[in-house]
Design a protein around this ligand. Structure first.
Ligand SMILES: [Zn+2]
Length: 261
């Protein structure tokens, strides 16, 4: 699932292709997308200029000169494909933004779970979002207050977008491994020292130095993750075996040998 680094990259790609240009049409192609973007909303975007593009959590906000905003969420598999209106449409294109200069930005998504919606000027459909996971002001104090009332384990708490925006199943697990923290630990009971270690770990797993070619693999196709999707494999830090458990309906990967704090 695209999380902060992937959505950030997609927003930059969109910015390069579309910033300052005017929209010829916004088309919902798949029935699931048609339910999210009505014909009148599509019409409202037509002819409008794209003033700015912003990432907020895992959402991409396309601000139009009318004051309206197109809000895009990739969910599990979405991505942009940039081409021209002369190209054949990708078979998994679920929506397309066509620009007056002939650029076509397709929202491709094998599973069609992505969404594109329109917020009218002065309104916002975004859920409550916490501080951005890559915000320099995200610190131990912030995490302590955001986690204080969470009566759940730290892993699902970190995935709660109202606590930290942009972290999901992959980077929450990776950050906990970096911090040598047990994902089952109670979110409200983490010491100050451990919260500081966790903040450093979140920064590290999201740092551009960690971003290699491909979404989740390096050039050779090997996983670039320490624990995510590595059940039964050897822990790179302690030689223990990576385990998988279920928390809040999602798989959590961790090393029971060294994530004990
Ligand atoms: Zn280990």
């Amino acid at each position: 699932m695209p999380e902060l680094p992937e959505v950030e990259r997609a927003a930059r790609q969109l910015t390069r292709a579309a910033l300052g240009k005017s929209i010829a049409s916004v088309k919902a192609i798949h029935p699931a997308l048609k339910r999210k973007l009505s014909p009148s909303q599509s019409r409202a975007a037509k002819g409008k200029r794209i003033e700015s593009i912003e990432r907020r959590g895992k959402h991409q906000l396309i601000h139009l000169d009318s004051g309206d905003t197109l809000v895009v969420h990739f969910r599990m598999n979405g991505d942009w494909e940039i081409g021209t209106t002369a190209d054949a449409l990708d078979r998994f294109a679920r929506a397309a933004i066509e620009l007056v200069d002939g650029t076509r930005i397709s929202l491709v998504d094998r599973r069609a779970l992505s969404s594109i919606t329109l917020d009218k000027k002065g309104t916002s459909s975004l859920p409550k979002l916490g501080r951005e996971a890559n915000d320099p002001s995200l610190d131990a104090d912030y995490l302590r207050s955001a986690l204080a009332r969470k009566k759940i384990a730290v892993k699902p708490a970190l995935m709660d977008q109202s606590v930290v925006a942009g972290l999901g199943n992959i980077y929450a697990a990776e950050a906990l491994w970096e911090a040598e923290m047990d994902p089952r630990k109670s979110a409200a009971k983490i010491s100050r020292a451990k919260l500081e270690k966790l903040v450093d770990a979140i920064r590290l797993v999201l740092s551009p130095k960690k971003r290699l070619p491909g979404r989740y693999t390096d050039k050779r196709g090997a996983s670039r993750f320490a624990v995510y999707d590595r059940e039964g494999k050897v822990c790179r830090r302690c030689g223990g075996t990576i385990d998988r458990i279920t928390q809040a309906g999602r798989s959590t990967y961790f090393c029971p040998s060294c994530q004990r704090g």
